[in-house]
Write a protein that binds this ligand. Structure first.
Ligand code: 48F
Length: 258
């Protein structure tokens, strides 16, 4: 049996620190910052990176995928209404067509495949990183104020640790139902969030894709955050529009970066 190389603690620590800081330094300025690594953010990131742009996802958890790991009701089966299965085909994720226009697949298989596709395309990820605020200059969003998630959630009197900021000419709010990025603008009276409507699957998916786009100069909204911002009906445990909305967000970003 092969023996492990005689590498010890200091080499391992240096490898982590130097690789991370080199990459962080490089991505302090990027073409696009995506906040939220759920299905819509991952699809958007994959397409933007594939176009050769520098894109970073900031994610408050230590894992990507958001609500994509489970289908609904603690059951890891993802439903996708037509034409959303196109993405499953691209990712080579097996699925079953259970009725006309409705496909079902395994959530962990689909989620892991999408994460792998985004990483393979060149998306960088800062995990355990929370968006605390936005950089807004001359009426345009142009950066994200970030902190480590555990620090950001501590009370101010315990950890008055200043965050840092990273810059990009365009940001995406892919934070799901919370619309956490747009909320930062609302707190300053710069935009009004309507809040998600009641569940209506047949209506919501098309509306989410149609309304995906720039909601404030420099800020694109995608995925369930679109529903929250524009008061669209919730769509429940189905994911096709998350994929198509992510693709639509990427197209808007690439057009703006031209
Ligand atoms: O919630 P999430 O999966 O958003 P999505 O891409 O997809 C929604 C579906 O998963 C599901 C649904 C469709 O059936 O209704 O809910 O719209 O992923 C959002 C990600 O954003 C992260 C959060 O941890 C999650 O991984 N996030 C939210 N707020 C912040 C954040 C923040 N302030 N900073 C960093 N990450």
């Amino acid at each position: 049996m092969d023996k492990f190389s005689p590498v010890g603690e200091k080499e391992i620590t240096r490898a982590i620190v130097s690789e991370f800081t080199t990459e962080f330094n490089e991505y302090v300025e990027s073409d696009c910052i995506i906040v939220g690594g759920g299905p819509s953010g991952l699809v958007a990131g994959r397409d933007i990176a594939r176009a050769g742009k520098k894109v970073v996802i900031i994610e408050r958890n230590n894992y990507l995928g958001g609500g994509f790991w489970s289908g609904g009701y603690l059951m890891p089966k993802v439903t996708v209404r037509h034409p959303g299965e196109k993405l499953l085909d691209e990712l080579n994720v097996p699925y079953k067509v259970v009725s006309e226009g409705l496909a079902v697949c395994d959530a962990p298989y689909a989620c892991a495949s999408l994460i792998a596709a985004a990483c393979a395309a060149g998306v960088r990820v800062f995990n355990m990183t929370m968006l605390e605020d936005l950089v807004v200059k001359e009426g345009k969003v142009c950066g994200a104020v970030i902190n480590w998630s555990p620090v950001a959630s501590l009370p101010r009197q315990v950890a008055a640790l200043d965050p840092v900021a990273i810059e990009a000419p365009v940001l995406i709010d892919a934070t799901g139902h919370d619309a956490s990025v747009v909320k930062k603008l609302e707190q300053r009276g710069l935009i009004k969030i309507k809040g998600e409507g009641a569940l209506w699957i047949e209506k919501s998916e098309d509306l989410i894709v149609e309304n995906t786009g720039e909601c404030f100069p420099g800020l694109i909204v995608t995925g369930m955050a679109v529903g929250a911002v524009y008061g669209l009906p919730r769509m429940g445990p189905t994911f096709g529009s998350m994929f198509l909305s992510g693709e639509a967000a990427a197209r808007v970003v690439l057009e703006k970066l031209k």
